[in-house]
Design a protein around this ligand. Structure first.
Ligand code: NAP
Length: 263
């Protein structure tokens, strides 16, 4: 199975690196393209053995999966550049370009006399770099086998969910913007830890493992957060005082307003 990334920046590069660390691809099965040699050198340093190129048309030729990961204002030009080199009868096309719906992608890819390609509008988050992404995708004209293949591939690098296209903005708010909100919580808790006398590096380790533990518990127990909170809050104890003080200062409201503002 061969995969080509057109654009190997923050997202394309992270996605390539995540998949590089799985058993699904050998290094030589991965090709990354970019405009600058500097980006390609960075890719090679991080992922020895992969192919890199600046010629997008050449890079897509033997790929089974082609991933478009350029900035939104570049996607139309890049698709125009490569589409005649694509084989819609067997290649799967993924785009991680935010806002480019399956309808827009299919319109851009349209070619007279060629079949409609299997296209996936997909949004991972940057944690794909460490195989801990939350990825959403919307398939268009894909067979069940192709959907299973892509779902299986993305499950090797984190959680993955097929969604209805109308829910993409909400899912992006929770996961792709959401990872920044999680980082901001980590920073806020670190600042609290430092104010209480901890070194920042110690606070960072404590908060990061605490967040990871909370997420693992929810995922493994399939529980509701409030159920897990109940196990921590002794009546009249410290934790409930802390939670109530956070709520008094608008914690839940701030999170919901932030999510909706970033939709
Ligand atoms: N960052 C995220 O969290 C995130 C999450 C989900 C989706 N996305 C989507 O991912 C896409 C890329 O975002 P990004 O943050 O990764 O941007 P980025 O860091 O700027 O990466 C874009 C890459 O595209 C390359 N590129 C530009 N023009 C090209 C061309 N004609 N041919 C081949 N490569 C070309 C750039 O090469 P050079 O490095 O040489 O300039 C760069 O490596 C966006 O559409 C965004 O909506 C991002």
């Amino acid at each position: 199975m061969k995969i080509t990334f057109i654009g190997a920046g923050n997202m394309g590069g992270a996605m390539a690196h995540g998949l590089y660390q799985t058993d699904m691809f050998r290094p030589e099965d991965i090709t990354c393209t970019a405009r600058s040699q500097a980006t390609l050198d960075k890719c090679l340093k991080l992922m020895p053995g992969i192919h890199v190129a600046t010629n997008n048309r050449e890079a897509v030729r033997n790929a089974d999966i082609v991933v478009f990961a350029v900035k939104p204002w570049l996607i139309e030009g890049v698709i125009q550049e490569v589409k005649n080199a694509l084989d819609y009868s067997k290649q799967i096309i993924l785009s991680v370009v935010a806002g480019y719906t399956t309808e827009k992608l299919q319109t851009l890819l349209e070619r007279e006399g060629h079949p409609t390609p299997a296209v996936f509008y997909m949004i991972p988050n940057t944690a794909i770099d460490v195989k801990a992404s939350m990825t959403f995708f919307v398939p268009s004209n894909a067979s069940d086998e192709q959907i299973q293949l892509i779902q299986g591939m993305m499950e090797k690098v984190g959680g993955c969910m097929q969604i209805e296209e109308k829910n993409m903005p909400a899912c992006m708010a929770l996961a792709s913007c959401g990872i920044a909100y999680a980082f901001r919580y980590i920073r806020a808790a670190m600042e609290g830890g430092v104010e209480m006398g901890l070194y920042a590096k110690d606070a960072k380790k404590i908060v990061s493992h605490t967040i990871r533990g909370a997420a693992e518990m929810i995922l493994q127990h399939d529980s509701h957060p409030e159920e897990e909170i109940d196990h921590v809050t002794t009546p009249g104890g410290l934790t409930i005082k802390g939670l109530n003080a956070m709520e008094e200062n608008g914690f839940t409201n701030a999170v919901i307003k932030g999510l909706k503002a970033g939709r």
